[in-house]
Design a protein around this ligand. Structure first.
Ligand code: NAD
Ligand code: ZN
Length: 345
């Protein structure tokens, strides 16, 4: 193995990403080295490409970007047991500490010291990735590398969707981005009654209906209340998943929930935004913020569901060789894509 690799690097504090030669990472005693096969482009990567205010505040330069990946273990640290060279894997990109109260009680996803690969630490858009063995998630044969490469965002969808009981419930998802669409597929898979997804982008709504059995509603042109009437819903939605990050979407969700409804909120509004709290109080609504994936319960659940018929493959709309990464980022930025997967082999 040469000790250099290709990597997609935030090399300068300005717009863009650059393909560069970088040293293959050296691993510590508790790490593994993963040869990357496929990676997914995330909205986060677009923020880093654009070098917006959040990226400037957060991302050190130079940084190998990327956190959605699948690959194969090619080297084991001295103290790593229970993993083998040749094991296909994905992995949790949140690197947690082990000192906090939350970590020590097993709530790893609530550790306040979490650092993200491809955001704070060297990432996965490279031929090789160093990862703590703890973070590795082995892939069963039924899950191929392109699905393996999107388990991170599927995990966001699964974590959000499984926040509240969905069996027989009417579910509203605001935002038909890749994560909203996958959440709709999960809600359907676990037995929700009606699953309605909203967006203002018709291409995304069309994609949602192709991926799963969901009722798409374009809130720019359609009235959500009318849709509820057609579905013979009496009071409103039982469970909401906010997956747009848009203030108007959250308002509309609150407006359309039942008394005592439950909202899981994954979407990240760009800054402070006004909320009509009195509506939330009078409707006795529960809101849960959702960050990342439960480590490792979400991984366990999503792999089990994928093995048992959950099918989200059609959410992948574009596949590129990594040397065409600019086309991949352009597809993401067009707002017309689902997931975009880059092939590193
Ligand atoms: P995305 O940007 O691809 O999709 C958001 C969608 O919301 C877009 O299709 C957009 O057209 C739509 N939208 C805009 N205004 C709307 C409105 N008024 N009503 C309904 N839909 C509207 O995002 P994604 O990659 O699918 O991620 C979903 C959200 O989750 C984003 O806000 C993202 O930042 C956030 N996110 C959070 C976490 C976390 O850990 N909390 C992790 C990943 C992503
Ligand atoms: Zn991501």
């Amino acid at each position: 193995m040469s000790n250099e690799m290709k990597a997609l690097v935030k090399a300068k504090p300005e717009e863009g990403l650059w393909m560069e030669r970088r040293p293959v990472p050296e691993i510590g005693p508790d790490d593994v080295l993963i040869r990357i096969n496929k990676t997914g482009i995330c909205g986060t990567d677009i923020h880093i490409w654009n070098w917006d205010e959040w990226a400037k505040r957060t991302v050190p330069v130079p940084l190998v970007t990327g956190h959605e990946f699948a690959g194969e273990i090619v080297e084991l640290g001295r103290d790593v047991r229970d993993l083998k060279i040749g094991q296909r894997c994905s992995g949790e990109g949140h690197l947690i500490g082990h000192q906090s109260r939350q970590s020590r009680s097993g709530k790893f996803h609530l550790d306040p010291e979490t650092r993200g690969i491809g955001v704070n630490e060297q990432g996965a858009f490279a031929e090789y990735l160093r990862l703590p063995a703890f973070n590795v998630v082995p892939l069963p044969d039924e899950i191929d590398d392109e699905i393996g490469a999107i388990l991170d965002p599927l995990g966001n969808a699964v974590h959000t969707a499984l926040s509240f009981d969905l069996i027989g419930e009417d579910v509203l998802i605001t935002g038909a981005g890749p994560i909203g669409i996958m959440a709709a597929a999960v809600a359907r898979h676990v037995g929700a009654r009606h699953v309605v997804i909203t967006d203002v982008n018709q291409a995304r709504l069309d994609l949602a209906a192709e991926v799963t059995d969901v009722l798409p509603v374009n809130v720019a042109t359609q009235d959500l209340k009318e849709v509820e009437g057609k579905l013979k819903m009496q009071q409103g939605f039982d469970v909401g998943m906010e997956m747009s990050g848009n203030q108007a979407a959250l308002d509309q969700m609150v407006e359309n929930m039942v008394m005592g409804g439950r909202i899981a909120m994954l979407g990240i509004p760009p800054g402070k935004s006004p909320v009509d709290w009195s509506r939330i109080v009078f409707k006795a609504i529960t809101i849960k913020g959702v960050y990342g994936r439960e480590i490792f319960e979400t991984w366990y659940k999503m792999i089990a569901m994928l093995q048992n018929g959950l099918d989200i493959r059609k959410v992948i709309t574009h596949r590129f060789k990594v040397d065409e990464f600019e086309d991949g980022f352009a597809a993401m930025k067009s707002g017309l894509s689902g997931k975009v997967v880059l092939d590193w082999r």
